[in-house]
Write a protein of this length. Structure first.
Length: 121
């Protein structure tokens, strides 16, 4: 989850194991630039557009704020959005069933590790 945040915000330290990985990363970052350029052009006020200046087409401030506002939905999509997924356990602590829910108890993102620098995780 934290690595997804780093990728969205343009902070991923992974350079790739080989040329194929590096090319895929370049393609992904280019696509993210295009997506955030569309979001930037759709901002309703000039002040907001100036605040989220391009910075060479990277839109780092916009990407950071987008992640801050959408991280809960990304977590929900990862943990609950894939119906029938076998990724998470079907029981909670004490062997209580999740009652066909995607997880136990809390619907909160478990930690703020996505804000810890990648090299420290």
């Amino acid at each position: 989850f934290a690595d997804i945040g780093d990728i969205v915000r343009g902070r991923d330290l992974f350079l790739g194991y080989n040329e194929k990985d590096q090319e895929e990363k370049r393609k992904l970052q280019q696509r993210l630039k295009e997506i955030f350029a569309k979001i930037h052009s759709g901002l309703s006020t000039k002040g907001a557009q100036n605040y989220y200046d391009e910075n060479g087409g990277n839109f780092f401030k916009l990407r950071e704020d987008w992640w801050n506002n959408n991280r809960k939905m990304v977590w929900y999509a990862i943990t609950c959005g894939a119906g029938g997924s076998h990724y998470f356990r079907r029981t909670c602590v004490g062997r209580n069933s999740t009652n066909e829910k995607c997880r136990c108890g809390s619907y909160k993102v478990p930690t703020y590790s996505d804000y810890v620098p990648q090299y420290l995780r």
